[in-house]
Design a protein around this ligand. Structure first.
Ligand code: PLP
Length: 416
């Protein structure tokens, strides 16, 4: 599943000892396996081969240049949600014909820049947005392809903050309104309203919600065809779940197997936007225990990474496995203690894991927070004026810094 394994009690990323990385680059440190990254991209590509989709990696999962670039080299396109991500995308030299742009709040300046760069599709989330894109495209003399993002009103069975395809979420357009748009599409004279997009949420571990949404969309497309409004492209979004603890997510193959029959009937070109599935298991966050603190009610391992480096536990109550970088043998339950692993930030919500068992954990020990490749560094901040951590990519026995640790100069660079 991934390339983080113990050899002689030491945790390795591919052929590199993580302890040595921590000594050399300091902590906290994000460590990525290039092999894990690429092999997950290939898994999904292979699973969907029969429909030959355009796979647009969802940059917000991890927008580090080297990670995006590695995927672009493999042939991936990019799914963006802001002008900043467009800027990053263009730096990778991805073909702009492989860029798709979603998000409910695109500003006119962002739309203009994306059209100037001739991106492939806008995934449109409202009628006012559609009108604005039409206006800007007209001004620039471009006929722009757009897809209508459908909100299929299904429950994704995932955390409420990462479900996006339910009627109450801010995303997408309901079927009735979408049908009106398609039947009326000639009035948007600078647009080619030629696609349907959906993305129902993230970390979805069962194929049920995907199938339910897909069937609704397939019926909708059939209805449109009957009305003489066929589409050319169907973008089915991302959302594939991964293993953080005891989840048993569908594999890429199972996911593809479940929905491919529906996709084949639709006869549109297919786009996918996986993020977490590709990069989630490709990264770990290495941190050092600063203090062991015991209170009358709890034991805390206070580490040098905090919610500014990894906000998922605080934000979503997300679980990440936390492993010792050097595993210790134990001679019985007396060696095992239970700790809350917490950061140095001045918030009680600043924790990486609660009630975790460790063998003879000591100050100075290194811990590895697993599965932080997605929504880890891309959600990092400078809160408490902490410097954003260094990121390194391992390939076999080679190591490359893909983001240097910030300096105190960086911290105040934009301030006056
Ligand atoms: C976040 C997002 C994705 C990627 O979701 P994952 O769960 O990481 O696969 C894909 N499409 C859109 C529109 C998104 O907002």
């Amino acid at each position: 599943m991934h390339d983080f394994n113990y050899k002689h009690n030491n945790l390795y990323c591919e052929a590199v000892n993580i302890e040595e990385l921590a000594e050399k680059y300091g902590t906290p440190l994000y460590v990525y396996s290039r092999n894990t990254l690429i092999s997950h991209y290939r898994k999904i590509k292979e699973a969907f081969r029969p429909v030959n989709p355009l796979i647009c990696y969802s940059m917000k999962a991890n927008s580090n240049f080297s990670i995006c670039k590695a995927l672009v080299k493999e042939g991936a396109g990019l799914d963006i949600v802001s002008r900043g991500e467009l800027y990053r995308a263009l730096k990778t030299r991805v073909s702009s014909k492989k860029i798709v742009y979603a998000g409910v709040g695109k500003k006119e300046s962002e739309i203009e820049m994306a059209i100037r760069h001739r991106i492939f599709f806008f995934n449109v989330e409202s009628i006012p947005e559609l009108e604005l894109i039409n206006k800007v495209a007209g001004r620039l003399g471009v006929r722009q392809k757009v897809a209508i993002r459908i909100n299929p009103d299904v429950k994704a069975g995932t955390h409420k903050y990462i479900t996006t395809g339910h009627g109450e979420n801010k995303f997408g357009i309901d079927f009735v309104t979408a049908k009106k748009i398609f039947l009326d599409r000639r009035k948007y004279e600078n647009l080619s309203v030629s696609g349907i997009h959906m993305h129902i949420g993230s970390q979805i571990v069962k194929s049920g919600p995907f199938i339910k949404a897909m069937k609704k969309v397939a019926d909708f497309i059939k209805d449109l065809e009957i009305c003489g409004a066929g589409i050319g492209w169907l973008n089915i979004g991302g959302g594939l779940g991964i293993i953080y603890s005891k989840e048993k997510p569908q594999t890429a193959k199972e996911y593809a197997g479940a929905i491919m029959p529906i996709l084949k009937r639709i006869k549109a070109n297919i786009i996918l936007e996986p993020g977490r599935f590709i990069v989630g298991n490709a990264g770990v966050l290495v941190t050092r225990v600063q203090y062991i603190k015991e209170t009358p009610s709890k034991k805390f391992a206070i580490v040098d990474a905090g919610m500014n480096d990894l906000i998922r536990p605080s934000l979503y109550g997300a679980y990440h496995e936390i492993l010792p970088v050097r595993s210790r043998s134990y001679s019985g339950s007396k060696d095992i203690r239970v700790f809350d692993v917490v950061g140095p930030i001045c918030e009680s919500g600043d924790f990486l894991g609660k009630d975790r068992k460790f063998v003879r954990l000591k100050e100075g020990d290194l811990l590895s927070v697993m599965g932080i490749g997605a929504y880890g560094s891309s959600m990092a901040s400078n809160y408490n004026s902490r410097l954003r951590a260094c990121e390194v990519m391992v390939e076999g026995d080679k190591v490359r810094v893909i983001r240097r640790r910030e300096t105190y100069e960086d911290l105040i660079r934009a301030e006056i």
